[in-house]
Each structure stands twice: as C-alpha cells, then as structure tokens.
Write a protein that binds this ligand. Structure first.
Ligand code: NAD
Length: 260
C-alpha cells in the first residue's frame, strides 16, 4: 500500500513512535527511525524493521530540540532515499509541575521538541511533497492539544500549538496531494506515562492499580489505556490513499476524554 514511499518517524526508538514505524513498514514504506541517541540498540531497531517487513530502514540520529538537526534529518532522508513522502512528528517529552515552579529549561525543551521541531521538519519536507504531488504529515499531538490539565503548562501549550500548526499546514498544502493531520491520544502506557505513574504513586501514597484508575485515567472515561498499536493504526490510515481528503483535522483516540 505504501511501497516505494519513504517515512520519517521522529522519536521512534520507543513507545508510540516505534509502533508507528512498524505499522508504516508493514504497509511497505521505507523507514527512517530517529532519536537523539546513537547506540547499537537504535541501529538494531532499523535493521530488524527492514528484515521483518522487507523494506529499507535506517536509523538517523538527530536531536529534535535543535532546529538545525531537525532540518538536517529531512535533508539526509532525501539524500538517502530520493525523497520524503510521509513525515510523522512524534518525538515528545513531558514535565509536570505548577507553573510558578516550572523550570525554564524544561519549558524551553518541551516547546522545542514537542512543537518547534515539527515546524522545522515540515518546512523542509513540504516542498519535496508538493513537488512529488503526494505527501502525508501526521503530528502526534494529544488530548492535551484539545483540553488542559493542571501542572502541564508547557505540554498543553505545545500540543495546542501543534494542532494549530497542523491546520495551517493543511491549508497551505490543500489541493496539492499533501495532507496534514493531528492524532490526539489520551493516555497510552509508554515510558512517558510510566514516569507519571511512579511519580504520582510516591506523591499520593497509592498502589499502582488505584493510581492508574483514579489518578492517571481520571479523565479517560473508558478507564483503559489506548495502545501504541491503536495509535499506529490510525497514523497508518491517515498515511493511506483512503485518507486523501482528510486534512487539517484532529483524530482523538482517548477513550472518550474529549467527548466530555
Ligand atoms: P516515549 O518516551 O516512549 O517516546 C518518546 C520518543 O521521543 C522516544 O523515542 C525518545 O527517544 C524521543 N525523543 C525525546 N526527546 C528527543 C529529542 N530531543 N530528539 C529526538 N527524539 C527525542 O513516549 P511516547 O508516549 O511514545 O510519546 C510519543 C509521542 O506521543 C509524544 O509526542 C507524546 O507527547 C505523545 N503522546 C503520548 C501519550 C501517552 O499517553 N503516552 C499521550 C498523548 C500523546
């Protein structure tokens, strides 16, 4: 379905990004796996994906907190594969703290990685997609792109920002075969959320099960985590030809959170 296409998935050595890389490879796309580390385990992920799905896959290190490296990631992909057809802006970090205590460096890092990185990668990838007459940009936003929670000022600001960026890029690319959409997961059990569970257990003196049900999933009516595979399947759908007329929208996968 996506054979011959090339996909960059930022932040794809873990969690949701890794599942997205797997799903796009399963649909036949060549894959650029990315993170900011450069260990043998990172390259092994690309090697495994290539072998399991019969596609080409490489690991390219690029720190999404640095604009130059974001832009360079896209240029290196084009140099390696001859183009970039699918861009999934997924890399993200979290920090939880009341705004008056929110460390400035955490604010800067969250805005840089969760929002500004997508500006840089999109700015370089979009001309290639427009020239090819086909492209898919999927931004992994969050329920926090549509709703706020206390103590997550930077994350909520960045995720609301990326929803706005998504709509703007969709309008700039409309009619040219290029779509741009945001996926908005509720809570998904990944390392990013695992940290929040252990922090809240320690803070509130609750066991893991109670913390997950009553604290972490408080706003998620299904009381179930979304899975990385569900987020990946939605992303793969948005990358497909069936989604050619879906652009500038948000797709919530949040167990009903934003219905309320
Ligand atoms: P994760 O911690 O498992 O993965 C984050 C990925 O981003 C990792 O691959 C990490 O290496 C990468 N990354 C972090 N900083 C980077 C940097 N400077 N440069 C390059 N890569 C970097 O977390 P996840 O839950 O899989 O998060 C993926 C995305 O999904 C994030 O944008 C997150 O905000 C979003 N999201 C997650 C949830 C959830 O509940 N887990 C919910 C909504 C949205």
């Amino acid at each position: 379905m996506l054979s011959g296409k090339t996909a960059i998935v930022t932040g794809s050595n873990s969690g949701i990004g890794l599942a997205i890389a797997e799903a796009l490879a399963a649909d036949g796309a060549n894959i650029v796996v990315n993170s900011f580390t450069d260990g043998s385990a990172d390259h092994a992920i690309a090697t495994r994906i290539a072998k399991e799905h019969g596609v080409e896959a490489v690991y390219l290190k690029a720190d999404m907190s640095k604009g130059v490296e974001c832009r360079d990631l896209v240029e290196r992909t084009v140099a390696r594969f001859g183009g970039v057809d699918i861009l999934v802006n997924n890399a993200g970090i979290q920090h939880v703290s009341p705004i008056e205590d929110f460390p400035v460096e955490k604010w800067d890092a969250i805005i840089a990685i969760n929002l500004t990185a997508a500006f840089h990668t999109t700015a370089v990838a979009l001309p290639h997609m427009k020239a090819a007459g086909w492209g898919r940009i999927v931004n992994i936003a969050s329920a926090h792109g549509l709703r706020a929670s206390p103590n997550k000022s930077a994350y909520v600001a960045a995720k609301h920002g990326i929803v706005g960026l998504t709509k703007t890029v969709a309008l700039e690319a409309a009619g040219l075969g290029v779509t741009c959409n945001a996926v908005c997961p509720g809570f998904v059990l990944t390392p990013l959320v695992e940290t929040q569970i252990t922090d809240r257990m320690a803070e509130l003196g609750l066991d893991r099960e109670t913390t997950i049900r009553d604290v972490i999933l408080e706003k998620q009516p299904s009381k179930q985590f979304a899975t990385v595979e569900q987020i990946a399947a939605a992303t793969a759908f948005l990358a497909s030809d069936a989604a050619a007329q879906i652009t500038g929208t948000t797709l919530s996968i949040d167990g009903g959170w934003t219905a309320a």
